[in-house]
Design a protein around this ligand. Sequence first.
Ligand SMILES: C[S@@+](CC[C@H](N)C(=O)[O-])C[C@H]1O[C@@H](n2cnc3c(N)ncnc32)[C@H](O)[C@@H]1O
Length: 277
Amino acid sequence: MTVHTALLQGSRLLEDAGIVVPRLTAEVLLAHALHCERVYLFAHPERELSPLEWLHYGRYLHERLQGKPTQYITQRQEFYGREFRVTPDVLIPRPETEHVVEVALQAAAGARTIPRNVLDVGVGSGALAVTLQLETGAAVCGTDISPAALAVAAENARRLGAVVNLVVCDVMNAIAPASMDLIVANPPYVPESQREGLQREVRDWEPPLALFAGATGFEVYSRIVADAPRVLRPGGWLVMELGFCSLAQVRDLLNGWADLRVEPDLAGIPRVIAAHI
Ligand SMILES: C[S@@+](CC[C@H](N)C(=O)[O-])C[C@H]1O[C@@H](n2cnc3c(N)ncnc32)[C@H](O)[C@@H]1O
């Protein structure tokens, strides 16, 4: 079995099962089985797979056909130019969440004093916390209610050379008053009622704690907005990712905050909301 044939067979299997981007998925899974970059596959189409590589590739294809997201199979996802380890204990960081980084960096650049202390509420894989620590050099703290998620964040911080203080707590209830200049959050925002409508890759594989906030989807937002004034220093910013169709309600929650701004993502959908106290 050559690389060329393995890719043909794999992408056909995936396509027949209705998996999106079947060829790219087959390439990523084969590269993972061969411990190489995708570009190697294009340069070596006639390379023979060893029996062990064939076995691994077959297992990865089978897992993907069962609905397991590719990133949980390869245990990798790129975010803001860095590679993060992901397991089913954490949400797979999404490209849209990079807008949170952009807005946070802009808020930091425009702030009266350079943010020294940054908090990421619901740190998950550490995508936001690790990125902001490495991009700003600030002292960054990340909270999560899931100890398993914090273990993944700790590993990502260590591997990428970031120093992030990780705390298990509910929202930010363990964080000292007036200790932060900037809070970022990508909270769970899917209403329970939308569970069945989610893609099976998301619904059956990503951690429910990372997806669902409660009956309305605004439960964690409202708790963050309620407690942020206690934790922020005067003039401190709150930057949050917005869920689908959540702008109006989250903007209402931020009534009374200053310089409220909303940033769209590349699809033009309102994606990030920011304001300061
Ligand atoms: C949507 S994920 C975001 C993960 C990561 N920040 C990212 O953007 O990829 C939300 C995270 O919030 C955590 N979480 C949910 N409820 C929480 C709560 N009450 N207090 C703290 N963290 C919570 C989940 O465990 C999950 O890791």
